[in-house]
Unconditional design. Structure first.
Length: 209
């Protein structure tokens, strides 16, 4: 079975989907977003296909597609849908698989199940994406603690944004977690610039479970 990696974040809107696109392209992987909340504009899977250069057969269909861009449990309620966390089984693939969660670790899927509960059931290695801006130390260390409390293995932290060596060092030293690299903000953001940034900032061997 090929390697399967979960990409999660310390918060929403930090660039986790862009990172997932770059990682899927970098590893020659397939991509899966189990729950997509918000389908009126470009979905995360469509963004990953475009920025990662992934053909349609490397995008695994979402288990749930919800209309409202909100927390999955809220979006499902508005759509009259019940998310069954037990139905979120990781697909087997003939390539590595990048799995992207929604928002941060504690995002609810229903009234009692958080995304981190599903990650704990899967027992797959996690890449934690963290912004480099103010507040990242607190959010990152809380996320590391939550993952460790549930026995979830971390491949390391991937930072996203402008260089902030002091914050990055503090997180990795205090949290005793590996720094995988930093993805800078890209302008323009396109498939070629994203892949070039990944090749410059990350090593493939660091993503081997």
């Amino acid at each position: 079975m090929k390697s399967r990696i979960v990409v999660t974040g310390t918060d929403t809107g930090i660039g986790k989907t862009v990172f997932s696109a770059g990682l899927a392209g970098f590893l020659g992987a397939r991509y899966w977003k189990p729950v997509q909340a918000g389908i009126e504009e470009e979905t995360d899977a469509q963004l990953v296909a475009r920025l990662g250069g992934l053909p349609a057969d490397r995008i695994v269909p979402e288990r749930y597609r919800l209309r409202t861009p909100a927390s999955p449990h809220q979006s499902a309620a508005r759509d009259g849908v019940r998310i069954d966390p037990a139905a979120l089984d990781v697909p087997d693939t003939d390539r590595p698989l990048v799995i992207e969660g929604a928002g941060g670790l504690m995002v609810p899927l229903d009234g009692s199940t958080l995304y981190i509960d599903v990650f704990a059931r899967w027992q797959l290695p996690v890449v934690l994406c963290a912004r480099t801006a103010l507040g990242t130390i607190n959010h990152s260390l809380l996320s590391v603690e939550a993952l460790r409390k549930r026995g979830i293995d971390m491949l390391g932290i991937a930072f996203i944004g402008d260089s902030n060596p002091e914050s990055e060092r503090a997180i990795c030293e205090i949290g005793q977690v590996r720094r995988l690299g930093r993805l800078p903000r890209l302008a323009p953001l396109a498939a070629d610039t994203l892949q070039a940034a990944f090749k410059a900032s990350f090593r493939r061997e660091d993503f081997n479970p």
